[in-house]
Design a protein around this ligand. Structure first.
Ligand SMILES: Cc1cc2nc3c(=O)[nH]c(=O)nc-3n(C[C@H](O)[C@H](O)[C@H](O)COP(=O)(O)OP(=O)(O)OC[C@H]3O[C@@H](n4cnc5c(N)ncnc54)[C@H](O)[C@@H]3O)c2cc1C
Length: 413
């Protein structure tokens, strides 16, 4: 066995999740090899909008994400690079049920010392002048939110991990596990054997295929997602530090982007993909959305409800990518029940770039200590093991699709 091909931990997938885990393990002095099918960031990470919204319907999740921002601040200090654009974010409501939801968010946020407050529409207009506000009945402001450029965050993970000795092998697809004595001992990837007592499945939308080859359960579905970037428009001032918004009623999120605005939507009927049908050299950044597709039409329609200057003739680019959803909307992180030594780290349900910041810490704890100080019951990978309904792959797909289309469903406390 060549020592070049052996490590303490092998990570399948060089997206935000795999690279963050690699960095945290390398910082703990473990020898790490990341095996990437194509190039680093060529999966969902390369498509992400990079929004950083800490407020979640689940206070445990908000606390984890707050921790994630600290990780980024440390990375910025160590690398002397600015990664995070702090713009603040607004949550807006135009119906009573949504207003109630926002008040509940504010109450929950305050109970865990998360910076959030109600603001009036004059203040919201000051924070994001191009937004229509005349129908809003409740607005909350989270000043510590903002966004990353996903490629820059990924590059910072990789640079730090490499400095600590981690090795990144690109064009090296995982093919099959090496199993001996009932536990994983390594993998066959890119025509070679790699050995380690721990293997992490961080293959994003492909992670259920890794699950199939390792005979472990990865209940996920891979669903299309679109956002548009409207270029700067005469007479519509958009500052690079204008606030982001979540308008759950209209199913949209936004953030400023070089004088224009990025607007994404969680539509009711997402496109479903079978990752097995893509060719081995499939590159997600090359996905080209059809401008006249129903999903793009829905995106423009949803966007125009809050930003009436957006219509089909607005100069814009549309980005299309694939997200990995789970049946309950939370990721799958932790040891695989069925195969000792294998860990899953996937299923980020549209939030994986930001979640990667804290998930790296959680995974490094689980791998090195078998436990973590963070409250992770809601994301632990084996939480579905007693759910008999999920034995049926069709049910998994249906539940994941419902999660996607209900992403901005009304939150009930
Ligand atoms: C359009 C769009 C907008 C988004 N916006 C946001 C946002 O604003 N904020 C946010 O936080 N998240 C956002 N996301 C979600 C985010 O992109 C994902 O949750 C995140 O990138 C997941 O990271 P990952 O590392 O799990 O997966 P990926 O980035 O997909 O990485 C998995 C990697 O595994 C590799 N791989 C697959 N199979 C193999 C194999 N057999 N062998 C070796 N390597 C393999 C792939 O090539 C890939 O590089 C968005 C996603 C999309 C599509």
């Amino acid at each position: 066995m060549s020592s070049e091909n052996s490590a303490d931990v092998l990570i399948i997938g060089g997206g935000a999740a795999g690279c963050s885990v690699a960095m945290q393990l390398a910082l703990r002095k473990l020898r790490v090899i990341v095996l990437e099918r194509a190039s680093l960031g060529s999966g969902s990470t390369g498509r992400a909008a990079g929004l950083v919204g800490q407020l979640r319907s689940n206070s445990r999740e908000t606390l984890l994400l707050k921790k994630g921002l600290e990780v980024v601040q440390n990375l910025e200090a160590q690398s002397d690079t600015k990664l995070f654009e702090k713009t603040g974010s607004l949550h807006v409501a135009s119906t009573e049920s949504r207003a109630e939801e926002i008040r509940a968010f504010v109450k929950m946020g305050k109970s865990i010392d998360f910076e959030i407050d109600l603001v009036d529409s004059a203040e919201a207009s000051r924070l994001l002048p191009c937004m229509k506000t005349d129908d809003l009945i409740e607005i909350a402001y989270c000043p510590s939110d903002g966004h990353f450029q996903p490629a820059e965050l990924l590059a910072a993970y990789v640079k730090t991990a490499r400095k600590e000795g981690a090795v990144f092998k690109i064009n090296t697809p995982f093919e099959k596990p090496i199993i001996q004595g009932g536990r994983i001992q390594g993998v066959h990837a890119g025509g070679q054997n790699y050995y380690a007592p721990v293997v992490v499945n961080a293959a994003g939308p492909w992670s259920s295929l890794v699950g199939r080859k390792t005979e472990t359960s990865v209940p996920t579905a891979t669903l299309g997602h679109f956002y548009l970037i409207a270029r700067p428009i005469d007479g519509i001032p958009i500052g690079s530090h204008d606030a982001a918004i979540r308008d759950r009623g209209n199913r949209i999120y936004t953030r400023p982007e070089v004088g224009g605005i990025l607007i994404g939507t969680y539509e009711a009927e997402p496109i479903e993909y079978d990752m097995e049908k893509f060719p081995p050299d499939f590159d997600m950044p090359n996905m080209k959305p059809e401008r006249d597709s129903l999903n793009v039409a829905m995106l423009i329609d949803n966007a125009s409800k809050r930003f009436p200057f957006i219509n089909e003739r607005t100069p814009m680019t549309v980005t299309h990518g694939i997200m990995t959803f789970t049946p309950d909307g939370f990721p799958l992180c932790g040891p695989a029940d069925e195969l000792e030594g294998l860990f899953h780290c996937t299923g980020f349900c549209g939030r994986g770039v930001f979640q990667s910041t804290c998930i790296g810490l959680v995974m490094a704890d689980l791998i090195t200590k078998g436990s973590t100080e963070y409250d992770i019951d809601h994301i632990i990978s084996n939480r579905f093991k007693n759910d008999q309904s999920l034995i049926n792959p069709e049910t998994v797909q249906v539940k994941c699709r419902e999660r996607y289309s209900g992403h901005y469903g009304v939150w009930k406390k």
